[in-house]
Ligand binder design. Structure first.
Ligand SMILES: [Zn+2]
Length: 325
């Protein structure tokens, strides 16, 4: 199995595979779509693979990839977040039971965002002094989700965006495995819209209409921002705010466009956003600090949309900030 553009993760895992000395607790962080779950599976394969190399082909690896391995436990939540009860009954108590088929057991707890300190407290003892056979992987959007004590016992890995080449290669592999034909043009458009976020690129290429609509609107928003047209900017942002998901996707794309402008200004590097023309105009029009402010404002609005904040209010605040630059 190959992890695209994730050398910062594959290198330490390969080192652990070589020595056979694995850490028992892992924290994987990064935004949605960057491959946290894929990284967790790769790690589980590294721990359970018959060939000790996450080959993707042996019996253990194939069962992990299908989500059918009895010793790779993807822990479910009873409610929206992991409760203390989930942690005690499904992780702590279970980890003292011997593995079914391998000599190790791997627990995966995904999307730990929002879980309580009490749930994490329930894990402290087991992560400090784990049974020899038990390994734990936690994923969340950011490291700040975790208590310092849990962080100190874990190896923290941040998944980052793939480069354009890696992103297109990963999409090509994904679609050929599924036996779906997707044109190069479509793959390229997906990479334009979502940069190195492989998960979102795949959603886009699969024809996610919300994402396609967001990509169209973000070009118009970038255009208005590049021209300093505060009125159109406010109207466009307001029109997005009816759908929280569409707005969040659009804001993430907008952040890439602004980031491209900053990169062009600093060193004239390559663009990864969906509106290169607008990025170039913005680079000419705005100072570096103004672009940074815009980037932060878009990031803040995206975070608000991800939470439970009113999307219209977020749009109004952002329009004010972008228009004022
Ligand atoms: Zn294998």
């Amino acid at each position: 199995m190959k992890l695209y553009s994730k050398e910062n993760i594959t290198r330490p895992i390969a080192a652990m595979r070589r020595t056979g000395k694995f850490v028992h607790s892992y924290i994987i962080t990064g935004e949605k779509g960057l491959g946290k779950r894929t990284t967790a599976r790769y790690l589980a394969m590294s721990l359970l693979c018959d060939n000790h190399n996450a080959c993707g082909e042996c019996r253990q690896c194939r069962r992990i990839l299908k989500g059918q391995h009895p010793d790779f436990i993807e822990v479910t939540k009873e409610g929206r977040i992991y409760s203390v009860n989930d942690i005690r009954s499904k992780v702590v108590e279970d980890s003292f039971i011997s593995p079914n088929d391998c000599d190790r057991k791997v627990y995966l707890l995904t999307d730990c965002d929002g879980w309580t300190d009490a749930s994490q407290d329930a894990l402290l003892k087991i992560t400090e002094d784990p049974p020899d056979t038990a390994y734990f992987i936690f994923t969340a959007s950011s490291k700040s989700v975790f208590l310092p004590t849990l962080i100190s016992r874990s190896m923290v890995m941040e998944v980052s965006e793939a480069d354009r080449e890696g992103c297109i290669a990963a999409m090509t592999e994904h679609f050929s495995e599924k036996g779906v034909a997707v044109s190069q043009e479509k793959l390229s458009a997906a990479a334009d819209a979502f940069g190195g976020n492989i998960g979102r690129c795949i959603d886009f290429a699969e024809g996610d209409e919300v994402l396609a609509a967001a990509a169209d609107k973000v070009r118009a928003i970038a255009d208005a921002a590049a021209k300093g047209d505060a009125y159109t900017l406010a109207v466009l942002l307001h029109s997005l705010s009816g759908d929280r998901n569409e707005m969040r996707s659009a804001l993430e794309m907008l952040m890439r466009v602004i980031r491209d402008a900053a990169v062009i200004k600093a060193e004239g590097g390559g663009c990864i956003g969906c509106a290169e023309k607008q990025s170039r105009i913005m680079a000419q029009r705005f100072s570096e600090s103004a672009l940074l402010k815009m980037y932060d404002a878009a990031g803040e609005a995206a975070a608000r949309c991800a939470g439970y904040c009113n999307a219209q209010a977020a749009a109004a605040v952002l329009a004010g900030k972008l228009g004022a630059v």
